[in-house]
Design a protein around this ligand. Sequence first.
Ligand code: MG
Length: 184
Amino acid sequence: MKRQVHSKEVKTAALQRLTERGVTIEDIAEVVYLMQAPYNVGLKMSSCVESVHAVLEKREIQHAILVGTELDILAEKKMLTEPLQSIVESDEGLFGCDETLALGSVFGYGSIAVTTFGHLDKHKIGIIKRLDTKRGSGIHTFLDDLVASIAASASSRMAHRLRDEEEAERERQLSDQQNSEQAG
Ligand code: MG
């Protein structure tokens, strides 16, 4: 009989894999902070950490992490067949499957996530840059895009939440005003 994998097992494996590959939640939260700070006065690092955790709860991203990092690891062990081995090993610029895999899991967070992912892919900020330049210590062809994807989704999630909070605050103020006008 085929084994049905429990979602807890997938989540644990994905989180463990990120750690093993040298990426912490705080590293990703730092990217989120840098992306959101210009639009969010008083933004707290703890909110960014919370948002990264929320994104990592999604099965789409957990699966993408497992697939992408597996290919990075197999490439390090020279276990892929040619020509894929050379393409992944050299992080061939026109390959694109690394971006496509990572991009697939941002759609659930809307257009801000998509454009932020594009920005991070181009400008490589924080840990994404470190992964890209630390090539001597391992192959991160898929990992850098996966991190960009998590950070982009977490940023978009925060942007939407901020708007919700602002609107809720405005509605509160309006109703307070109306109540005091009626009372007066
Ligand atoms: Mg890449």
